[in-house]
Design a protein around this ligand. Structure first.
Ligand SMILES: NC(=O)c1ccc[n+]([C@@H]2O[C@H](COP(=O)([O-])OP(=O)(O)OC[C@H]3O[C@@H](n4cnc5c(N)ncnc54)[C@H](O)[C@@H]3O)[C@@H](O)[C@H]2O)c1
Ligand SMILES: [Zn+2]
Length: 358
């Protein structure tokens, strides 16, 4: 329980989900085959004072010698400028090809440190130690790393699979409420697209989840990561099946862009996007009404909005939707569900989407 292997031909790696796993980081890293040597522990200015020492201590106890690299908390650190300072610290610390980078933090640290690892000396080992719910159920697994370009998010990046993922759900106790709830959107997404019983499990467990009971959190984080692993295993580079993970994201991304990045958190936008995708699934994929009602109720029980905000439709929204990376010709490749737990993609015309949402 709590441990499994992501089965990738050249990049198979273990995943550990448990309260308190942070204190076993060093031994888990050795067991994953990382060499106890000079290393870097990359974290951010919020996470460092909370969990930096414990992680460093656990690494030292197993023979690693980590240099601690702290970047400013926040999305702005996914930048070339911050990446340059990380490279400087890796050089100062004398990291070589046998060294590993430990990424301790949310998705920002995971993406930034993962990309540093992907490019340092043409690629060294990275271990992902996610401390936000978003990172624990989503970004830590899958191997996508990168930074933002001033013109768009995640424009510069590389696929670089971690050698190890350690999700200590006890670290979620200190996460701000809004960041915690947004992470639930991605967990609910796995239920909606591929695991109907998970929808029922989330419905039953929501009070315990919102109280952040570690045993319950461990169950939903592990279940989410197993689903992501299944999808990534069958489609490591996002050709086919992995697209269903974009459920709620087409509208979500357009909302994030048109609301101005930062005013809606990603998970909040995805929750509204799932609400819209549910309406479209009713209109275009015969999603039964009771399934739609349950899904919307679950998202709302997590404290997330499902309705498009007043004034959602504007030139900015239309442009963002038309610019969507997944667009195909005149339409957009849209993820729909025809019942809880079953998703597929279909090209929908721009007008068809707008009409169903109006
Ligand atoms: N690589 C992928 O597949 C993938 C998937 C989804 C999202 N992402 C990326 O992830 C980023 C968002 O990640 P995020 O939501 O984790 O944001 P984040 O890393 O900015 O973390 C959110 C906030 O929580 C703080 N924090 C982290 N852990 C904490 C803890 N345990 N206690 C208290 N505070 C804590 C952080 O310092 C930060 O202020 C985006 O850049 C997004 O593009 C990547
Ligand atoms: Zn997402």
């Amino acid at each position: 329980m709590g441990d499994f292997i992501v089965e990738l031909a050249a990049n198979a790696h273990p995943v550990h989900v448990a309260a308190g796993a942070l204190d076993r980081l060093g031994e888990l890293a050795r067991a994953a085959g990382l060499k106890p040597a000079r290393a870097a522990l990359v974290t951010d200015s919020n996470v460092a004072p909370l969990y930096g020492d414990r992680a460093a201590r656990a690494l030292r106890a197993a023979g690693f010698d980590p240099a601690i690299v702290v970047v400013a908390a926040g999305e702005a650190s996914k930048s070339l400028a911050t990446l340059a300072t990380v490279y400087d610290r890796l050089a100062d610390a004398g990291l070589d090809r046998s060294s590993a980078i430990f990424a301790l933090g949310g998705g920002v640290v995971g993406d930034l440190a993962g990309f540093a690892a992907a490019t340092w000396m043409r690629g060294i080992a990275v271990a992902q130690i996610p401390t936000t719910l978003v990172a624990q159920v989503d970004s830590a697994l899958g191997g996508k790393t990168g930074i933002n370009h001033p013109s768009a998010k995640n424009l510069i990046g590389a696929f670089h699979q971690p050698r190890l993922v350690v999700a200590d759900v006890a670290t979620l106790a200190t996460l701000p409420e809004r960041e915690f709830r947004e992470g639930l959107a991605e967990a609910i997404k796995y239920g909606a697209i591929m695991d109907a019983p998970m929808v029922a499990a989330l419905e039953a467990a929501m009070p315990a989840i919102l109280r952040r009971e570690p045993a319950t959190l461990a169950e939903i984080v592990e279940r989410s990561l197993r689903h992501k692993a299944f999808v990534v295993q069958s489609d490591e580079r996002e050709g086919g099946l992995r697209k269903i993970l974009n459920f709620g994201h087409t509208i979500g991304h357009a909302l994030e862009a048109s609301a101005g990045y930062g005013s809606l958190l990603h998970g909040e936008a995805v929750a509204i996007g799932m609400g819209a995708a549910t309406a479209l699934s009713r209109a275009c994929a015969n999603l039964p009404a009771p399934d739609a009602t349950r899904l919307l109720g679950l998202i709302e029980a997590a404290g997330l909005a499902t309705r498009l905000p007043a004034g959602w439709r504007g030139a900015e929204f239309d442009r963002a939707l038309k610019l969507d990376k997944k667009r195909a010709g005149a339409g957009v490749e849209f993820v729909l569900i025809d019942r809880l737990g079953h998703a597929f993609t279909r090209e929908l015309g721009f007008d068809e989407i707008i009409a169903a949402l109006a």
